[in-house]
Design a protein around this ligand. Sequence first.
Ligand code: F6P
Length: 545
Amino acid sequence: MSAYEAALEALKDHARGIADFDLRDTFAKDRDRFARFSASHDDLLLDYSKCAVTEETLDRLVKLAQVAGLAERREEMFSGKHINITEDRAVLHTALRAGANSAINVDGQDIASDVESVLRDMSKFAEAVRSGSIKGTSGKPFTDVVNIGIGGSDLGPAMATLALAPFHNGPRLHYVSNVDGAHIADTLDGLDPATTLFIVASKTFTTIETMTNARTARDWIAKALGEDAVSAHFAAVSTALDKVADFGIDQDRIFGFWDWVGGRYSLWSAIGLPIMIAVGADSFRKMLEGARDLDRHFRQAPLRENLPVLLGLIGFWHRVARGYPARAVIPYDQRLARLPAYLQQLDMESNGKRVRLDGTDALTPTGPLVWGEPGTNGQHAFFQLLHQGTDVIPVEFILAAKGHEPELKHHHDLLIANCLAQSEALMKGRTLEEARAQLQAKGMDAEKIEKIAPHRVFPGNRPSLTILYETLDPYSFGRLIALYEHRVFVEGVLFGINSFDQWGVELGKELATELQPVVEGKKSADDRDASTAGLVAQVKALRER
Ligand code: F6P
């Protein structure tokens, strides 16, 4: 048995030993639990005291992280080793925010100056769009910018644009990702081609959804302003510079990045251009600084005080030792409404894997299902299941102490009270006796109480953790996203998998390419399975009605 397997077995034994851990009892006896099971870095706090862990749990998790080689793997990532073994690539999104003076080598080449040079080109372009000195062919400044991309070329910038709304002082931003024509049609509806700039964002510049939307956008501009207007109304972000040039986008409007930036880790690169256009180059740099600060913390803080490590250890504990298949991420922040969708790609595309680095089957369950919605809206939708459903789903609450609307402080007080109330309710629950007593106090008769009380019982003892910081600004936003990126890394190391490839998305793409001519009626469906052939026939019949 390897040291890893031994540590894993010891962790599972320990989990069995504390299977009946009761959060409510524990809190009743221990006033220091918050102090002992929370950690902070500046104003950023992680409270994991409402998770069923003891000092021994943490010791065993840290031991597992040590034998899994977490510290070594972390240094391999930061130093540019090709840790994405299936694609033979370095994983260096951290280099995008390391600063101009960092000395990071990729395959013998110092990349800091390349990163800085693209950042400067982006800044020049973004500030010129914002000031109106770059104009459309009609001589009018751009009022609207439409980013066309999908996955990592959409989710990060779209999430950040909403998150940083109080810092916007540029043109309006729109995002088109879905190949469903409804998306681009609804987005362009009401926009003026003369004042609209498109950014085509695609790492590979081959993604069918993005290319289809980009061609539709090009036709829209050409139809309204003439073919010659296309170059003035388009910019692009990609690692495939030759393919972008073929599309007809001017060289000085193409912003590059590198194969060592994974799509879902790319918002810090030129993929962040729309964010920069929205909030300006200075705010964008503050976002990078926040992420850099978290990178430093991740690299230097002892494991027991290291926020992304703790978040990853707790995630692994819930998934593997406690067997929870999912986790909910609930930002109590309307402007983080897109964070759960962003984290779905970050986490599930990274850690939704079934084999280890050496190709053998994973020894544990791997990445959980990640989902969520902002609070308080979620409370009025799916929190019922979180409190009384038959599955236990750990919840991650995200909360800022201060909002951006001082005149609406009473709203923010209410928001905070709701967030704290939910984590308290999940932990404490309500016993049958308490439910009975509550109904008695309302004057209900005894017979009815016995019927109703069981429905009003909350089992409680349901884990949650809370991430709290002062306020959501570019710096704290950058730090929050880097926290989650490194958490995914930590869990990936504990699972023993490659978190940086995404072969699981390939099969569907290949089959869609095969099926396109079938749907178009250019090829028979006879060689498909009976269900697919039946669905194709029914689509055809419905279209002919
Ligand atoms: O869905 C797979 C994927 O490759 C993601 O990893 C990526 O973020 C997305 O497609 C978009 O890819 P591209 O930026 O190359 O268009």
